[in-house]
Design a protein around this ligand. Structure first.
Ligand code: FAD
Length: 405
């Protein structure tokens, strides 16, 4: 079978789906190829992560007209963020949505519900062609178009497209096919995540606590529960795998401190290895990288998906005015230029947090405390930090400006 489209999106995870939906109103013919099976099963995974969407991500989904469907998942609104360095009372930063005139600093979703909602919208949108249970396995460049090979069970198809978007995640096969290399930093840390009910409720407050053995974050959920993300060194993580969930719970409680009391009804912990992977280029002839395929970050600042959705906003804006050829070199050059700064700043900010706040070097603890106290006492610095965490710093593409709350 041979098919034809303007934009072929390889990977229907959250960034690929967001791009398809952002383009749905354009005249471009869009096809999504997704390796997982039937879309209605996309949310039926056991991923118990909490995922924080920033204000900029909300604006993107607002613009695509699908925020109401996502809001129906009942995200928890983050009204305050408390950042602390363990054992240093002076070292705290407190961000408050009211100081910034927004309803929330971010929106916490259950990952599986958000994934299911997005997959549901994609599957029912008649303007988008979806091939699920199919993989992009190769492509050849014919100058004016690409011929993309798609494996679907026993069958193989060729799809003729003008632009191939790699949204196929951290181990991107399209990135490799396009001969784009990537720099990898292995943090030698593993994130353990689990849901729990706090003994003392603190609705609407997200906590980020840095300790010498790694950061711990607690995010509010809408049903009175919370989600914890605990980063452990590889050696500690290995040990944890062989012990009970109770041990993970005790460690999380110890690291976090007494603020929320006991972590009750603790869920089954899940683990994720932590690496930073940065592609050396975001484009190749008729190919563009978005989301984790372009950059995979440590989850400490909850920036990974939000950064990927900003790739989507810029690419969707450029494609809106692309004329007859969505894969033309000038568009790819502009995309590369427009994304470099944000990706560099966000990945450097995240990397610095991991390195500075997980470092037991003598003297650094005191400096961290002073640094946090300074940020807390300086409104412009606090505002900058808040804007960065909401994804609203720097030059915003129109898609992220139009739908102000
Ligand atoms: C513990 C943890 C907590 C996190 N918390 C946050 C948070 O709070 N906020 C935040 O912004 N980010 C967070 N992140 C990061 C976020 O989860 C990722 O950045 C995001 O899920 C990446 O989405 P993606 O669509 O780019 O990639 P993926 O989710 O990896 O999707 C890639 C898709 O491509 C498909 N695919 C793969 N290969 C092929 C192929 N050859 N052909 C076709 N399809 C293919 C896959 O099936 C998959 O559906 C967190 C990460 C971790 C590990």
């Amino acid at each position: 079978m041979s098919l034809e489209c303007d934009v072929l999106i390889a990977g229907g995870g959250m960034t690929g789906t967001a791009l398809a939906l952002a383009l749905a109103r354009s005249p471009l013919r869009v096809t999504v190829v997704e390796a997982r099976g039937a879309p209605e099963n996309a949310g039926a995974n056991d991923d118990d992560r909490s995922l924080t969407l920033s204000q900029s991500s909300r604006r993107l989904f607002d613009g695509a007209g699908i925020w109401p469907e996502l809001a129906a998942c009942g995200p928890a609104l983050i009204r305050e963020i408390h950042v602390t360095d363990a054992g240093r009372l002076s070292g705290t930063v407190h961000l408050d949505a009211r100081d910034l005139g927004v309803d929330a600093l971010g929106y916490v979703f259950e990952n599986r519900r958000l994934a299911a909602a997005l997959a549901g919208v994609l599957a029912t949108d008649k303007r988008i062609t979806l091939l699920s249970g199919a993989r992009v396995s190769g492509y050849s460049d014919h100058g004016s178009h690409l011929m993309v090979r798609v494996t679907h069970g026993e069958d193989e198809h060729e799809i003729h497209c003008r632009l191939l978007v790699a949204s196929d995640g951290t181990q991107s096969c399209v990135r490799e096919l396009a001969h784009i290399t990537a720099h990898t930093t292995d943090y030698r840390q593993t994130a353990f995540i689990a849901g729990f009910t706090p003994e003392f409720a603190a609705p609407g407050i997200a906590f980020e606590r840095f300790t010498p053995s790694g950061p711990v974050a607690v995010l509010p959920r809408s049903n009175g529960r919370c989600g914890v993300v605990l980063a452990l060194s590889a050696a500690d993580a290995e040990q944890m795998k062989t012990v009970s969930p109770l041990a993970v719970r005790e460690l999380a409680e110890r690291r976090f401190g007494r603020r929320l009391g006991q972590f009750q009804e603790f869920g089954v912990p899940q683990s994720f290895p932590l690496r930073r992977i940065l592609a050396t280029a975001f484009t190749a002839p008729r190919v563009v990288l978005v989301g984790n395929a372009a950059h995979t970050l440590h989850p400490v600042a909850a920036q990974g998906l939000n950064l990927g959705l900003r790739d989507v906003a810029v690419l969707a804006e450029l494609l809106e005015d692309c004329g007859a050829d969505p894969g033309k070199p000038s568009l790819l050059e502009t995309y590369e230029r427009r994304r470099r700064r944000d990706v560099w700043l966000t990945s450097t900010f995240t990397h610095a947090l991991v390195r500075i706040f997980s470092n037991p070097m003598p003297g650094l603890g005191a400096l961290r405390g002073i640094g946090l106290a300074l940020v807390d006492a300086a409104p412009p610095l606090k505002a900058m930090l808040a804007l960065r965490s909401m994804g609203l710093s720097g030059r915003l593409p129109p898609l992220l400006q139009e739908h102000l709350t």
